[in-house]
Design a protein around this ligand. Sequence first.
Ligand SMILES: Cc1cc2nc3c(=O)[nH]c(=O)nc-3n(C[C@H](O)[C@H](O)[C@H](O)COP(=O)(O)OP(=O)(O)OC[C@H]3O[C@@H](n4cnc5c(N)ncnc54)[C@H](O)[C@@H]3O)c2cc1C
Length: 77
Amino acid sequence: MYDGPIKDSYDCVVMGGGPGGSATAALVAEAGHSVLLVEREAVPRFHVGESLMPETFWSFERLGVLDKMRNSDFVRS
Ligand SMILES: Cc1cc2nc3c(=O)[nH]c(=O)nc-3n(C[C@H](O)[C@H](O)[C@H](O)COP(=O)(O)OP(=O)(O)OC[C@H]3O[C@@H](n4cnc5c(N)ncnc54)[C@H](O)[C@@H]3O)c2cc1C
C-alpha cells in the first residue's frame, strides 16, 4: 500500500484497483499522464480465482506483463 504524499491534482483518478482499474491506471500512466489509483481495500487482498481464459493473453501482452507471468509460480495446465 502506498502511503506517500498525494498531489493536489492529477490528470486522471481511477477508483478501484481491481483488474479493470489497475489496467486502466497503468495505461494512462504509460501514455504520460499523472494518475491516482484509489483502492479501498488493503492489498494484497484475498480474492477467489483459479483460471484465466486464453483471450486474456492479449490484454496481458498489451500491459507488458507476459514475462512476469511466465516466470511466476502460477500453475499451468
Ligand atoms: C468467486 C469469483 C471467482 C472468480 N474467478 C475468476 C477466475 O478464476 N478467473 C477470472 O479471470 N476471473 C474470475 N472472476 C472474475 C474476476 O474476479 C472479475 O472479472 C474481475 O475481478 C473484475 O475486475 P474489475 O476490476 O472490473 O472489478 P473488481 O475486481 O471487483 O475490482 C473493483 C475494485 O474496486 C474497489 N472499490 C470499490 N468501490 C470503491 C471505492 N468507493 N473506493 C475505492 N475502491 C473501491 C474494490 O475494493 C475492488 O478492489 C471471479 C469472480 C468471482 C466473484
